[in-house]
Design a protein around this ligand. Structure first.
Ligand SMILES: [Zn+2]
Length: 387
């Protein structure tokens, strides 16, 4: 069994991989589709340029990134975490590079997927996509729980760090590349990079520690966006506009958005029971009904009151194990009283949703609870027992 996964080459041309096409890239590195020379093996290769630095500093960074790659490699038993196949570095020239070979090769990332789905009109094509996405939230929760159980924090969960291939989903970029960004010189810290700050929980924005609960918050933001494109049409840009720069600094507006989604679901549910059968309502209520509620429990601004990944998977299991894909369903933890969560859902009673969902976004919509905690307590009281 191969244990050493890291190689060193003088030049990029010495590495046995042919570059086939660019798959994109960002501030942390570029990604190419490559082929192992003389084989039929294809990989996604992330190349990170090693910044000019003293030899000691460079070696320390390489040691750290190799350790992280080793940790991620340990997570390979979860079907929704990318696999680090191997790593290598090139040393010569002006552009020494650290490369990570990953599987699978993705079709796109969740960020661009969500933007695409957001623009779809209701109809069979969109219903088909929603059916494709039906396991994603539950499987991402399970992958996060698996990661945390193995003492790994992701530190940068956001839609662009979640890859899509066919109807499968994969978490990638475990902050691996951040170790190569310049050190903590305020404006250049990695979490302030484009697009990342939006998904940071309050405790990270306030320069506090980044714990496992931080991953749950960031994943909750992804769930909120997933819920928005699934339940509504063309509202993702409005969500981003309503929220502004960061979710964490917009607690009341996020709460209103969640009520807006609750209200949309209530409206669809009412319509399904009173008027002729609408297949769009069916597919949304079947596959997305839990999403706003999950986001609600995950985006609590107080880290200690936030649901844990383990509680999350338990909650999902008790609701409906069918939400997981076949692999995740096996061994998904069921109800466990020691988790402090008794997730038996009570019969659903409507909160004070407005009849017109858009009213929830109006600042003077009065029945909305004053604070996140008030809203959560009311929601939990109406929907489940929670201790
Ligand atoms: Zn799964």
């Amino acid at each position: 069994m191969q244990t050493e996964i890291h190689s060193v080459y003088e030049r990029q041309a010495d590495a046995p991989y042919d570059t086939l096409e660019s798959l994109g890239g960002g501030s942390s590195g570029i990604v190419d589709r490559v082929k192992l020379r003389g084989s039929n093996e294809y990989y996604a290769r992330k190349s990170i340029r090693i910044p000019p630095a003293g030899r000691t500093q460079r070696d320390q960074r390489i040691t750290k990134i190799k350790e992280e790659a080793r940790i991620i490699r340990r997570l390979r038993n979860n079907p929704h975490i990318v696999e680090v196949v191997s790593t290598y570095e090139t040393r010569a020239g002006f552009n020494p590079t650290f490369c990570i070979l990953l599987l699978p090769i993705a079709d796109c990332d969740l960020g661009s997927m969500l933007e695409h789905v957001d623009q779809m009109v209701e109809g069979e094509e969109k219903r088909s996509v929603i059916r494709t996405m039906k396991h994603w939230a539950a499987c991402l929760a399970r992958a996060t729980d698996y990661m945390h159980y193995n003492c790994v924090k992701h530190k940068d969960i956001k839609p662009s760090n979640i890859l899509v291939r066919g109807d499968e989903i994969y978490i990638t970029d475990f902050g691996i590349a951040k170790d190569f960004l310049p050190d903590t010189d305020s404006a250049s810290t990695a979490w302030q990079a484009e697009g990342t700050r939006r998904y940071c929980p309050p405790e990270v924005l306030n320069q506090g520690r980044r714990g496992r609960a931080s991953d749950v918050y960031s994943l909750g933001c992804c769930f909120l966006e997933l819920a928005t494109v699934t339940i509504t049409c063309g509202k993702l840009a409005l969500l981003k506009q309503v929220v502004g720069q960061t979710y964490a600094e917009s607690e009341q507006r996020v709460l209103r958005w969640i009520y807006f989604l609750f209200s949309e679901l209530a409206f669809r549910s009412f319509r399904r029971h009173t008027t002729s059968n609408n297949p769009d309502d069916d597919v949304v209520l079947q596959h997305a009904v839990l999403l706003p509620a999950l986001a609600f429990t995950m985006m609590d601004s107080t880290a200690s009151k936030r649901i844990t990944a383990r509680q999350l998977v338990t909650l999902i299991s008790v609701w409906d194990k069918e939400l997981y894909c076949n692999s995740c369903r096996v061994g998904a933890p069921g109800e466990d009283p020691t988790l402090g969560l008794h997730s038996k859902f009570k019969s659903r009673k409507d909160l004070d949703y407005p009849q017109n969902p858009m009213d929830a976004l109006k600042p003077d919509f009065s029945p909305l609870p004053e604070s996140w905690e008030d809203a959560k307590m009311k929601w939990l009281k109406d929907h489940m027992w929670w201790h």
